[in-house]
Design a protein around this ligand. Structure first.
Ligand SMILES: NC(=O)c1ccc[n+]([C@@H]2O[C@H](COP(=O)([O-])OP(=O)(O)OC[C@H]3O[C@@H](n4cnc5c(N)ncnc54)[C@H](OP(=O)(O)O)[C@@H]3O)[C@@H](O)[C@H]2O)c1
Length: 214
């Protein structure tokens, strides 16, 4: 859904001649066409149609990791899992992954795939950084228990952890990134955490980004 598929086109072009040695991941779920409700969600139709469209844009026959971007409250998870399992069998996808959901939903999905003998989600792409640590409560221990790889998103809080808070708006990205304002990075203890990261970076002689990521 990033720039309505444009990022997949750009990536596909950049990877020309380097596809074999690259591990390529993409996602499905968000509606790609405002006039076509079945261009989003995780029904069999949406997955089959949108995965083919992603592969076309990437210029690939097979993508290494195909992730579901969100939980679909309108589709039984068994339908989604069967469609994803078929995509693996048809060699359009090598591994499947999930993103941003509650642990109880992820547990339901893994139990359903085990019960039905279908491909399991191998990865969880979740929001995780020094300012958003909810995942430490249940999701990360659960992923460890289930041997699921974790791919945190916005590990630097969209750049907020990479410079002093009063300079956050210094770049084009931060100035125009509405999502940074939707997440409560600047509220509660956010500023204090930002100041502590700066202090530690000075103490160790490294960048704030290095401390934030570590
Ligand atoms: N699954 C989901 O729902 C979901 C949601 C959001 C994002 N994502 C994924 O997560 C990935 C990363 O998200 P993000 O861009 O928000 O990550 P991030 O690592 O939190 O932020 C990256 C930003 O940090 C700033 N920065 C400053 N110094 C840096 C340094 N040394 N190294 C790297 N960045 C530095 C840059 O912004 P400035 O130019 O402002 O300095 C850069 O754009 C994306 O590929 C996206 O696909 C997934």
């Amino acid at each position: 859904m990033y720039s309505r598929g444009e990022s997949e086109r750009v990536l596909g072009e950049a990877l020309e001649g380097h596809r074999e040695e690259s591990v390529v991941a993409t996602k499905g779920f968000f509606q790609m066409d405002d006039d076509d409700p079945s261009s989003g969600g995780l029904s069999r139709k949406a997955i089959e149609q949108e995965l083919d469209a992603s592969l076309d844009r990437l210029g690939m026959d097979t993508v290494d990791l195909y992730q579901i971007h969100r939980w679909d409250y309108d589709t039984p998870v068994e339908e989604t899992l069967r469609a994803l399992d078929d995509a693996v069998r048809r060699e359009k996808v090598r591994y499947i992954g999930a993103s941003s959901m509650w642990t109880h939903q992820f547990a339901d999905a893994l139990h359903a795939s085990d019960r039905l003998g279908l491909e399991r989600f191998q990865t969880m792409q979740n929001h995780y950084n020094l300012l958003y640590r909810e995942e430490e409560r249940e999701m990360l221990p659960y992923c460890q228990q289930e041997d699921v790889g974790v791919i945190p998103w916005s590990p630097l809080a969209r750049g907020y952890l990479t410079r002093p808070h009063e300079e956050y708006d210094a770049t084009t990205r931060s100035e125009t990134d509405d999502y940074a304002r939707e997440h409560p990075y600047f509220e509660g203890g956010g500023r204090e955490i930002n100041e502590r990261v700066e202090e530690l970076a000075d103490e160790y002689g490294v960048t704030m980004a290095q401390v934030g990521l570590a």
